[in-house]
Design a protein around this ligand. Sequence first.
Ligand code: AMP
Ligand code: MG
Length: 524
Amino acid sequence: MRHSRPLYCYPGSVLDFSSLKCLANRNDALMSPTDLPVLNFDNTFARDLEGFFVPWDAAKSPKPELLMWNDALASELGPVFAALKPNEIVDIFSGNSVPDGAFPLAQAYAGHQFGGFSPQLGDGRALLLGEVVDTAGRRRDIQLKGSGRTPFSRGGDGKAPLGPVLREYLIGEAMHALGVPTTRALAAIATGEPVYREGALPGALLTRVAASHLRVGTFQFFAARQETDKVRQLADYAIARHYPELKERDQPYLAFFEAVLQAQAKLVAQWMQIGFIHGVMNTDNTTISGETIDYGPCAFMNIYVPDTVFSSIDTQGRYAYKNQPLIAQWNLARLAEALIGLVDPEPEKAVQLLTNLIEGFPEVYTEHWLSGMRKKIGLIKDDVGDLELVNDLLSAMEGQNVDYTLAMRRLSSAVRGDDQPLCALFSDRSDIESWLKRWRERLAQEKVMDEERGMAMDAVNPIYIPRNHMVEAALSSAVASEDFAPFKKLLDVLRHPYRERDGLEHYAQADPSDGAHYQTFCGT
Ligand code: AMP
Ligand code: MG
């Protein structure tokens, strides 16, 4: 059964977010139960956080069609999800029917976008359907993206074009396979309706699964309105959901901030290790859980150039590859600001405590990053010279038109005795050759068989990543020619990014055009 809730009024011409519950486009009391299976929803957000969202129903899709369904993820969500029939999947995840137990709602959040604060963003084209406790006991949000206008839509149409939906599906699944915390894609459904951007494009919905959709911006929304009680309520909810062990701590809110900082430091370190550029690291796209969220203009770096920016709208290079750790720290400082009122009754003291943690970010980040980079170059133990050794490898790549992913992967050939595949990537080999000498001296400090070391390196240096030219080819074939075979094949290849397989050489190759001038666009 759906929760019974008070009757809500329809939005008036002026949206007043001081009382979010006054805005709703549905009346539960009048809704009849559907014939759909009862999904194992358990909606704590809707239950515990009244006033943090607007109950809302999705726009109807005129001619929905199932494009993609993630069987493995459906099984994780439970037997009822795994047993859904195609017509039920289409009905539920097109937004056309609300299954019993779901409680669709649009969440309120704010955010700093490219450094400027927007006090009110919110789910303008997404709806949380509900939460599911999966077979491993993890609570997960099920969200529709591209589900139509909500009171948070501002000028937008609330819709999503097929290309960006497939892109988020593919890159999110690739990131998961790479071992990076991320939201996942459960379904992609065509709506059968055009959306209008530069021209008419096929419309679609993505079903996104996340540890939660709590963002730095969710805290900012209530902090900006000086609703400290709500910030506390939200923090209590976030602690219970993501960091329950912190509840009993002397300073739970400070510990909470530190936990988010750790999670973000670890996440961004992983991005940097695989050459991932998020592209739009606004505070509304920074999760409390530490999962990557919102695959809009993201892309993987091709040749190693730390200044790389792919996003067409990032004209200043704010979210360039090399800036990502700094931006994570900046975003965390915005979360800290929102938590000041909770950390200590004396604001100066709260600021001091939080500042200490923020100032420690570079060290925390570097530790996570270096420990991953050590593994990538085949080291097992720590040594004081390792940071310099890793940095010198990256410096050797700079200005050499060297494909980052291939260079890291080919280090394992060098460990097995063949430097040629790696050195062939460099036009001037002098720096890499002298680096290889130093590296071998360092490797000699650890007694490990070459083959064993090579295998350990191959397990952390991907051979297949979503290369931009391959992603574009797969998307254009799906969108322009309705041929999903290249998309499905690429998705399949990316499900095992570390295991080299015969016949897939093509997927491991660098962009023939070097990809330096590749451009991505916001998926709106
Ligand atoms: P994003 O760029 O996807 O992180 O979204 C930033 C903000 O813009 C969020 O509040 C979104 O809900 C909103 N937004 C993005 N695209 C649309 C759209 N097509 N219609 C309405 N709101 C949108
Ligand atoms: Mg976003």
